[in-house]
Design a binder for this molecule. Sequence first.
Ligand code: SF4
Length: 496
Amino acid sequence: MDEIRIIDIVEKMRNYLLNRVPALEKRLLGFREHARERSVQEIKMLFLAVILGEDIESAPVKRKLKLLLDELDTGNKIPSERERRAQKIHFLQESISLYGKFSDAKICQIREHLETIDKLCTDEEKPIYSQLAGFHTGIEAVNYIRKNLPLLRGLKAYHFLTGLEYPLFVPDRHRQRLLSRLGFLQKVSTDAVHYQRIAEISEEIHRVSGETLNGLNLIFGLFSGAIKWGTKLTPLCVRKPRCFQCPLTNYCYYYHYVGESKEREAITIYGLKQLDTHETPREKMLRDGVGGMSNAELLAIILRTGTPEMSALDVGKILMKKFKTLDALSEASVKEISELPGIGEIKAVEIKAALELGKRLMSSGFSDLGTVTCSTDVYKLYQGKLSKAKQEMFYVLLLNTKNRIVKEVLVSKGSLDTSLIHPREVFKEAIRESSASVIFVHNHPSGDPQPSRDDIAITHRLYETGEIIGIRVIDHIIIGRKSYYSFADNGLLRSK
Ligand code: SF4
C-alpha cells in the first residue's frame, strides 16, 4: 500500500471529524493510554448491551442495563408467560426487557454467560484482561471471546472487545464499504477469510499512520456512519455518499471512476443505485435491442451483480473508465481486472471469456462487414444497396484500427438536409464504440453522384468535428446510379 496515500487519507478524515467535533480529540488521545479496566458489573452490562444491540455509551441505556442486570442476578426461576400474566408481573416495563424479546431458554443462556463472565474476571491464573493482553492478533482475541461466550456470534464479539477498549478494527459493512471505496478492499463480505484480510489492512494503516487501532476504528466508524456522534457530525461515506463535502475525493475509486459532472451531482443527491434503478441494462436490452447499448451496459449484463454499494452498471462504468476501450480491456490480465472494486477473480474471468468470444467472432468474419483500403472498396460494398434506392440514406461506417468496418449506422433516411445530419448524431455511436475512424456513405437517387453545396457543407462540418474529437474521417462517398464520388479522392476532405 502507498504509505503517503495512507497517511494523507487518515489525516484528512481525522481533520474533517475534529473540525466538527473537537471533543473527539480527547477520545482519540485516550486510546493511546492503557485501556481502563472495567469492573465485572460493567463487563456484564457491556455483554447485555451487545446482545441487545444497545449503545453502552448512552447514559439512559446504562441505567436500564443496570436494572436488567439486577433482575437477572437475583437468580430466581424465570416465570413462564402464563405465570407472569397470572401474577401480573411486568418485567422492566420502563427499561429494556429481555422478556418478549428472547425465549426463556435464551434467557437461561444469557444467565449462564453472565456467570462465565464472573469466572473469566476472577480467574486466578489469568483473568480476562491479562488473557486478552497475551494475544498477538485481534482475531485470536475474537476467537477467545467466541469460544467462552458463544452468544457473541459474528460481529458481536468485535463490539464486545472494542467495548473493553481492546485494540481492534470492526469489519462491519459500513467500514468495509469505506475501505472498498478507497481501494483498500475489493468487496464487502462476511466470511472469515475476508475479516482476516481486513485485520491485516487495518494493522497496516495503523502502522503507517501512527493512529491507534481503536482510533482508526472510531475514525472510520464516524466517517462511514457505523457510529453516530450527536447531531453536529454528519457521516459522509454512507450508502448515498456526500462526496461534495468529502476531503477524500482524490483518493476515492468510487468518486473517480463513477462520479462525473452531472452524474457526480446525482450520486451526491440520489446515490448511484437509485440512478440506475429506473431500468436495468437487461431490461433496456430486452426493450430496445442490443444495438443501442453502451459498453458499460453490456459489461453490466455479463457481471450480473454489483456490490452492496454499487450496481452492476456502476462496476461496468468503472471498468470502462479504467481501461478506456474494449481492446485495452481484452488485453488486460485477470489480475488487473479483478483489482477493481466489485470484481473478483470469477467475474474477471467471465469478462475475459466474453471478450475473447467477441474477438473470435470478428476474426471468423461472421460480423465483419468488410475491410476498406480505398474508395472503390466502399463503392463495391454499397453499390448494390444504394445505387437504386429511391430515398437518400446517410450511413456512418465505424472502422477499427485495421480499417475493418465493425458497424454500420443509418443516421438519416429521406431528403438530406444539413439540419438532420447533426455531428452529435453522426459521431455518437463512433464514440460509444471507440472507433478509430469513420467513413460516410450516402446516395443520390437522381443517379448523379456529384456533391451538392449541402453535401460539401456537411462534409466540412463533420470533418472538423472528427478532428476535434479525435476520430479520423477517412472519406465521404456518394453513390450514384453507375458511379460514385469520393471526397478524399477529389481532395475535398478538409475543414472549410
Ligand atoms: S468521495 Fe464520496 S464515496 Fe469517496 S470516500 Fe468520500 S464520501 Fe465516500
